[in-house]
Design a protein around this ligand. Structure first.
Ligand code: 1GP
Length: 247
C-alpha cells in the first residue's frame, strides 16, 4: 500500500477530467484492445479505469498488464469484486457500496483482499460508491443485490455521500450503472459539489453534451464505458471536448 496520494491529488485537483472504463471481460481480442489504447492516447484522456461486474481474475490480470505495457495513461482499478486487484495498476478506488445494504460490498470483499492490497505498491483511495437509478436494471445492482437510489431523491443521495465522507471516504462516485438510459442528473452533481468531496460520475454518458453538463455541474471525473466500446470514433468527440473545455 503506497502512502503517495498522487492520483488522488490529480483527481481532486481539477473538474471535468475524463476516464475511459475498460471491462476486461470484453477484451478477449488483444488487437482490438491495442487499437483502443492508441485512440485513447490520441484523445489524451486523463485515466483508464479497469474493472467489471463479472470479470475473471485471468481476464483482469491480462488486461491490466496490456494496458500498463502499452499506455502511459494512469491506470486506476475500479473493482467489481475482491479478486480485481493488481500491483501493475497505479491506484485502486477502494469502493464501499454505501447506497446498498449488502455487507459483502460494504466490508466483505475488502476483508478478502486486504492482505494482498496491503502488500502491494499501489495507491489506495477510499471511495464512497453510490448507485443511482439510471432507468434500467444495471449489472452492478443485480450482482451486488442492492437497489439504486431513485434519481429524484437528491436529499437521500446527499445524506449518503455525507455519511461516506464522515466515514473517511476521500472521493464520492455516483454511478447510474453501465448502459444506463439516464445518466446521473447534473442538478444532483451540482448539489453534491457544494460538499467538499471530489466527484466521479459514470453510467449512460453517451455524448459530448452530457460530458460538458456534468463537468460544468462540478464532476471531477466523467467516466465513459459503453459508448466508446460501441463507437471508437466517439473518442474524437472526447478529444475535442478535452481540447476546448478541459486541459
Ligand atoms: C462507470 O458504469 C459506468 O461508472 C460505465 O457506464 O458503460 O454506460 O458508460 P457506461
Amino acid at each position: 500500500m503506497l502512502n503517495s496520494q498522487e492520483i488522488y491529488k490529480h483527481i481532486a485537483g481539477r473538474k471535468g477530467q475524463i476516464a475511459i472504463l475498460i471491462d476486461p471481460e470484453k477484451c478477449s481480442d488483444t488487437e482490438k484492445l491495442l487499437d483502443l489504447i492508441k485512440k485513447v492516447e490520441f484523445a489524451n484522456v486523463d485515466y483508464f479505469f479497469v474493472g467489471g461486474s463479472t470479470v475473471t481474475r485471468e481476464e483482469f490480470v491480462k488486461t491490466v498488464s496490456i494496458l500498463k505495457k502499452h499506455s502511459r495513461i494512469p491506470l486506476v482499478i475500479f473493482p467489481g469484486a475482491s479478486h480485481q486487484v493488481s500491483p501493475d495498476a497505479d491506484a485502486i478506488l477502494y469502493l464501499s457500496l454505501i447506497s446498498g445494504r449488502n455487507p459483502d460490498y460494504l466490508i466483505g470483499h475488502h476483508v478478502q483482499s486486504a492482505n494482498e492490497v496491503f502488500e502491494m505498491d499501489i495507491e489506495v483511495i477510499p471511495t464512497g460508491y453510490i448507485l443511482i437509478d439510471g432507468g434500467t436494471n444495471s449489472s452492478v445492482a443485480y450482482v451486488s443485490q442492492t437497489s439504486p437510489i431513485p434519481n429524484d431523491k437528491a436529499s437521500i443521495i446527499l445524506s449518503t455521500a455525507k455519511a461516506g465522507m464522515l466515514q473517511g471516504k476521500k472521493i464520492t462516485y455516483l454511478d447510474a450503472g453501465s448502459g444506463a438510459i439516464n445518466h446521473v442528473p447534473s442538478a444532483v452533481i451540482q448539489q453534491l459539489s457544494e460538499l467538499d468531496t471530489p466527484i466521479i460520475v459514470g453510467g449512460g454518458i453517451r455524448s459530448r453534451d452530457h460530458i460538458v453538463d456534468l463537468a460544468k455541474a462540478g464532476a471531477n471525473v466523467v467516466v465513459i464505458g459503453n459508448k466508446v466500446e460501441e463507437d471508437l470514433d466517439f473518442l474524437l468527440d472526447v478529444k475535442s471536448y478535452i481540447e476546448n473545455f478541459s486541459k
